[in-house]
Ligand binder design. Structure first.
Ligand code: FES
Ligand code: FES
Length: 157
C-alpha cells in the first residue's frame, strides 16, 4: 500500500508515493535524489543520516517520511548552497575536517542547526560538543571538526 504525499525539501515540494513505513532517509535518497544524508548504522547511533526538520536536527533513519508532511526538511545539499551552511562547509575544508567524508553531511547539518539558534560567536565548546554528540567520525579525531565549527560560529551572518 502506498500513499501520495508532498515532501518539502530545501524549499521545493516533491510529490512522492510512499509506503506507511518509508523512512525519511530513504525518501530523500530514492524519491528525491538527494544522497547527501547517508545510511550508517540505521539505529540512531552515528548521525550520518542527520537532516533538519523545521530547523531541528533529526536522525532521518528513525523518522517516517509521512511524519514530515506539512513540515520543512533541509538537507546538506540545501544548506550548503549559500548562507551559513556554505560558510560551515568552507571552514570544514580549510580545517581539514573532512577525510573520507561519510560523516560530513550529518555533522554539517548538526552544526547548522546549532548556529541557527545561537548568535554569531556565542557557541561555546560545550555547546558545540553537545550539538555534535550524536555524530560519529571514524577518521578525524574530532579536533579539526571542533576547530571548523568554532570558526564558522564566529563568521558574520
Ligand atoms: S544512520 Fe541514522 S543515526 Fe546512523
Ligand atoms: S571523515 Fe571519515 S568518518 Fe568522518
Amino acid at each position: 500500500m502506498t500513499a501520495r504525499m508532498t515532501l518539502r525539501v530545501n524549499g521545493s515540494d516533491h510529490d512522492i508515493a510512499v509506503a506507511p513505513d518509508t523512512l525519511l532517509l530513504d525518501a530523500l535518497r530514492y524519491e528525491c535524489g538527494l544522497t547527501g544524508a547517508k545510511l550508517g548504522c540505521g539505529t540512531g547511533d552515528c548521525g550520518a543520516c542527520t537532516v533538519t526538520v523545521d530547523g531541528e536536527a533529526v536522525n532521518s533513519c528513525l523518522m517516517y517520511v509521512l511524519e514530515c508532511e506539512g513540515h520543512s526538511v533541509e538537507t546538506v545539499e540545501g544548506v550548503t548552497a549559500g548562507g551559513i551552511g556554505a560558510i560551515v562547509a568552507e571552514e570544514f575544508v580549510k580545517a581539514d575536517a573532512v577525510q573520507c567524508g561519510f560523516c560530513s553531511p550529518g555533522i554539517i547539518m548538526s552544526t547548522c542547526a546549532l548556529l541557527a539558534r545561537t548568535e554569531p560567536g556565542a557557541a561555546t565548546d560545550e555547546d558545540i560538543k553537545e550539538a555534535l554528540a550524536g555524530n560519529l567520525c571514524r577518521c578525524t579525531g574530532y579536533l579539526p571538526i571542533l576547530d571548523a565549527v568554532r570558526r564558522a560560529s564566529g563568521a558574520p551572518r
